[in-house]
Design a protein around this ligand. Structure first.
Ligand SMILES: *[C@@H]1O[C@H](CO)[C@@H](O)[C@H](O)[C@H]1NC(C)=O
Ligand SMILES: *[C@@H]1O[C@H](CO)[C@@H](O)[C@H](O)[C@H]1NC(C)=O
Length: 331
């Protein structure tokens, strides 16, 4: 009699377990679908067909797993999860938004070394508080980060020289810089050279951004800012910080893997996620040290990261952030 009861309880347990399991499975699917739907609404996504939507849902699911992995191994305060890039595979993200030329070290040109800063870096500095940074721009689906990085730097240098903050044209570089490859990537060192050859940059208003290559429409009569040369910064983060605080926002580049998943906070991924030799995204360093020694960076529109900014841990040459720092010089 008692044996019979035990058997019954086992069956009951198994049944319950299965129901529980099925329930969990659906629960997870429902959560995923809800998250995906919210993503589509937030970032205004539509897909051309049911197949495409299903494919994007699967990619989204994979990305959520990657974000969870990054999160579980995070050494800083960053939050990873849904971003505007959550329906793209790593390869698509790289192809559409990043810059393959940056890790081709053989293409890298020798640049003049920068004159060191005259004093050590302060505890913190933020050029956004000093009027040297124009509002966050958006490169769109085009690997033109190199152009944004360089115009951001020149806007800062021009501001330091004249006290006037202009928003300068990236499209001019996408169209007219023959040393680089428009939406296919470019190098800041080439871009400075191209700007010197062209004679300067027009403003954003005069030569506005469309995010794909068209024929060069540059007119020297519309030059709003010029540069005289360019320099390479040392690869020591303290020296970079000192130089930045004294001279203006710095053009830099880094491995952007974690950036596809970044929502906010100070990002400090494990080094395995951030090979410093695989640099693939150019950015603008605008400040440091506000929250636990960080560098902040600008980029993909205001609906990315913290109002368009990414915060990266400073002090361990993370993601190769120290490897390609440069600036234009305006005399
Ligand atoms: C949303 O996307 C559609 C089509 O892709 C576009 O026409 C529309 O302007 C977008 N709306 C916003 C608010 O971005
Ligand atoms: C810097 O470049 C501008 C524009 O090409 C030029 O007019 C100016 O003379 C240059 N300044 C110096 C000090 O070479």
């Amino acid at each position: 009699m008692s044996g019979f009861t035990v058997l019954n309880m086992c069956e009951l347990f198994i049944m319950h377990f299965m129901i529980f399991f099925i329930f969990c499975y659906f629960q997870e699917t429902v959560e995923l679908l809800t998250e995906f739907k919210n993503f589509m609404i937030t970032y205004n996504r539509t897909y051309s067909s049911q197949e495409e939507a299903e494919k994007r849902l699967r990619i989204f699911q994979e990305n959520m797993k990657t974000a969870q992995t990054l999160q579980s191994l995070e050494q800083g305060s960053a939050e990873y999860g849904v971003t505007k890039f959550s329906d793209l595979t790593e390869d698509e993200f790289r192809m559409m938004y990043l810059n393959p030329m940056l890790s081709q070290w053989s293409l890298k040109k020798e640049m003049k070394p920068a004159t060191p800063a005259s004093k050590a870096a302060p505890d913190s500095w933020d050029w956004r508080d000093h009027g040297a940074v124009s509002p966050v721009k958006n490169q769109g689906m085009c690997g033109s980060c190199w152009a944004f990085s360089v115009t951001g730097n020149i806007e800062g240098q021009w501001f330091k020289k004249t006290g006037q903050l202009l928003s300068l044209s990236e499209q001019e570089l996408v169209d007219c810089d023959k040393l680089d490859q428009a939406c296919g990537g470019g190098l800041p060192s080439n871009a400075y050279e191209a700007i010197e050859k062209l004679g300067g940059l027009e403003t954003e208003t005069d030569y506005n951004y469309i995010g794909h290559k068209q024929s060069c429409d540059f007119s020297s009569g519309k030059v709003a800012a010029y540069i005289n040369s360019s320099v390479e910064l040392p690869d020591n983060e303290n020296e970079i910080a000192a130089w930045l605080a004294e001279k203006g926002p710095v053009s830099a580049a880094l491995n952007a893997f974690a950036m596809q998943f970044y929502r906010k906070g100070v990002s400090h991924p494990l080094k395995i996620f951030c090979n410093p030799w695989m640099i693939d995204h150019a950015v603008l360093l605008v400040g440091f040290g506000q929250r636990d020694d960080v560098v902040f960076i600008f980029l993909w529109g205001e609906d990315y990261g913290e109002q368009g900014y990414y915060y990266l841990y400073r002090g361990s040459r993370l993601c190769g952030i120290n490897k390609m720092c440069s600036s234009a010089i305006v005399n």
